[in-house]
Design a protein around this ligand. Structure first.
Ligand code: IPD
Ligand code: CA
Ligand code: CA
Length: 260
């Protein structure tokens, strides 16, 4: 197996163990506000530091972009994108649905993804050209072709524009699809699409650590990842629609275009 993938899997497992150990034990004074609608806990920071230390030791010339501020050599050939605790809000209110995400870019394209969902002990992984896996078993997106029978997931930026737009497209999707939900962990929701539990997931106005890992996972699981105009998603794009790649992808893009 790809050495980078093995390294990332081991690291994500260690990060996940730390999150599990501390779940439900966070004191209020260990939770801070990063913005009006954005939280950070001591766990987000400690797990990111654990990842950064391991990467620096093992791959000293690699770059790093971490949600909690770690930044090193961002233009390097290899760059690690880290979201140590994805679903911080859920974690702080003791909703057991969160993930820890590690993605490696090579020449600005995702080549390795590990998304670990500790409460469900689900480890999703993918390496470019080698398929997508859940706990070592190959996975594939669903083959549903009808939007009305499809489960759609969504999340959005928390500024006024993002919130108001979401109200509009969520209302349309809830009618056109079987349902449309928001579960607050981008990584865990990407995993749901990759293993066929949901048909599509859209993220509107989110940073690269919420998008890159899932884009590779879904493509390797046989699905599609585009921006909202239907072009192949690439790091730097803030919007993404991932899906099982059937006609529903284009139907959802049409709905988005009608409100955005
Ligand atoms: C959040 C989650 C959530 C999304 C938020 C993100 P965080 O990440 O991915 O699903 O709706 O916008 O910020 O901050 O918990 O890592
Ligand atoms: Ca996140
Ligand atoms: Ca996070």
């Amino acid at each position: 197996m790809n050495d980078f993938l093995v390294f990332a899997q081991n690291l994500a497992k260690r990060g996940g163990e730390k999150l599990t150990e501390n779940f439900g034990k966070l004191k209020r004074n260990k939770i801070q506000s990063k913005g009006a609608h954005d939280l950070v806990t001591v766990l987000d920071k400690e797990v990111e530091q654990m990842y950064v230390n391991a990467i620096k030791k093992q791959f000293p010339d690699h770059g790093i972009i971490g949600e909690e501020g770690s930044s090193k050599n961002e233009d390097a050939e290899y760059v690690w994108i880290l979201d140590p605790l994805d679903g911080t809000r859920n974690y702080t209110i003791e909703v057991p649905f969160y993930a820890t995400t590690i993605c490696l870019l090579k020449d600005k394209e995702p080549v390795v993804t590990v998304i670990y969902v500790p409460p469900l002990d689900k480890l999703y992984s993918a390496a470019a050209g080698q398929g997508a896996f859940l706990n070592g078993q190959k996975i594939h997106v669903s083959n549903e072709t009808e939007l009305i029978k499809s489960s759609i997931l969504y999340c959005h930026s928390t500024d006024q524009h993002g919130v108001e737009a979401a109200e509009k497209y969520a209302a349309k999707l809830k009618m056109a699809a079987f349902n449309a939900d928001r579960f607050r962990s981008a990584g865990a929701e990407m995993g749901m699409v990759a293993e066929g539990l949901a048909e599509a997931y859209l993220l509107d106005g989110l940073p690269v650590w919420d998008l890159a890992a899932g884009a590779l996972l879904i493509r390797e699981a046989g699905g599609k990842a585009t921006d909202f105009s239907g072009r192949q998603w690439k790091p730097g794009d803030k919007n993404i629609l991932v899906s099982n790649g059937t006609g529903i992808h284009w139907e959802i893009l049409k709905i988005l275009a009608s409100v955005l």
